[in-house]
Write a protein of this length. Structure first.
Length: 396
């Protein structure tokens, strides 16, 4: 990992600052929603709208990058992120729940660019270094896990309005991220700018490798979001744990999402994509079993940590597999479709998370989370992707 170019490390720090906003929203948006929402069932709406913003943004973001390049879009979305944080603070000050919901939606829209940093990192290194580059990039999530929740807690009473100061701190965080991303310079063959025509998306999506890659990312985000969105409310509001204890669990979860990135390239090189995907499935199954066994602080801590590890193995493996399933000139349409499907599903489950939690409690939520785990396991058993990878790629 130390041999990865400095340009990738700089992207990692920019990613950390962007994900800090995501971590902040995950920790406090549901709690804020519980206080301000018209009904308890809408408590997770701000978190869900942040994810809907990401999903709605993915396809337009892909088209904008194909036309204007990554750097211009990254900078424009950084400015949009600053505006979203300002809207969040003002919505809390003026006590408008739907204004706060709009702010989190805009924040999610801007975060779609941050999720594209992983593909930008792949462009900066040779193919052999791709697993190491994605590992370095996702290490930024560890920093984000500290930055976001700490801004939430430290800014909570910074102003007269609770948590408004947290969003003013977030504005500064996003501004520093914009400075870092300004140094990014696109590299690679000319067709990376999207001028060359590739195969129709429908044809590309028939590739079993692409199907497995997209399904891996979608399953990882669906299960992770379904449980993570409900955790602060389940812990703090239902089980009576303090906001500080809830913060520790969310931080530990996000750290567990990204810390395995330090060893991902090592294990990927030895176990291959198939082995890493099965490890991810096992981690998610262990998450569900731990959560069903109790609601004490250690139960939440272990379950959410295992959830982060499972997400890491599935998502990083899916990212690396996706690059093997399409031609360079098809990259923007395939990557944007991958993120659109992944984050659309994430948005749906985040909307359903609050309803499930209030309707069937924490244990019912966990049983519902077993459905996508089982579904992906069956796909992994019967996929034809491994045979496709053993054949030579089609000529462009």
């Amino acid at each position: 990992m130390l041999s990865v170019p400095f340009s990738v490390w700089r992207l990692m720090f920019a990613y950390a600052l962007m994900m800090g906003g995501v971590a902040l929203t995950v920790l406090i948006a549901g709690i804020i929603g519980t206080d301000f929402a018209p009904t308890p069932g809408l408590a997770t709406l701000p978190v869900a709208l942040a994810i809907i913003g990401v999903a709605a943004s993915t396809l337009p973001t892909g088209r904008l990058q194909a036309r204007f390049g990554r750097r211009s879009v990254f900078l424009a979305y950084g400015l949009l992120a600053i505006v979203s944080a300002l809207l969040g603070a003002l919505s809390l000050i003026y006590e408008t729940f739907f204004g706060y919901c709009f702010a989190t939606f805009v924040m999610g829209w801007a975060a779609a660019a941050g999720h594209q940093y992983r593909f930008a990192a792949l462009e900066l290194v040779p193919a052999a270094m791709a697993p190491a580059a994605t590992s370095v990039l996702l290490l930024g999530g560890i920093l984000g896990a500290f930055i976001g929740p700490e801004m939430a807690v430290q800014g909570r009473m910074l102003l007269d309005t609770e948590y408004a100061g947290s969003y003013f701190l977030l504005m500064g965080c996003y501004a520093v991220g914009m400075i870092l991303i300004a140094y990014y310079r696109e590299q690679g063959p000319a067709d990376l700018q999207g001028h060359a025509a590739g195969r129709p998306l429908r044809e590309v999506l028939q590739n079993p490798v692409v199907i497995l890659a997209v399904s891996s990312s979608a399953a990882a985000y669906a299960v992770m979001t379904f449980l993570m969105t409900a955790t602060p409310i389940s812990m703090h509001e239902h089980s009576g744990h303090s906001i500080e204890a809830t913060k520790v669990v969310i931080q530990s979860h996000i750290i567990a999402m990204y810390l395995p990135s330090m060893v991902f390239a090592f294990f990927y090189g030895r176990l291959g994509a198939r082995g890493m995907l099965w490890l991810g499935v096992v981690a998610l199954a262990a998450t569900l079993a731990t959560g069903l066994s109790g609601v004490t602080f250690p139960h939440y801590l272990v379950a959410l940590s295992l959830l982060g590890i499972g997400w890491n193995f599935l998502f990083l493996t899916g990212t690396n597999l996706l690059a093997l399933g399409h031609r360079p000139e098809e990259r923007f349409q395939v990557q944007s479709f991958n993120d659109f499907l992944t984050f659309s599903l994430q948005a749906l489950v985040s909307l359903g998370s609050g309803w499930f939690l209030f309707a069937v409690d924490w244990s019912g939520l966990l049983w519902a989370g077993a459905v996508p785990v089982l579904g992906f396991s069956l796909l992994l058993l019967f996929t034809r992707a491994w045979g496709s990878l053993s054949r030579k790629p089609e000529p462009a």
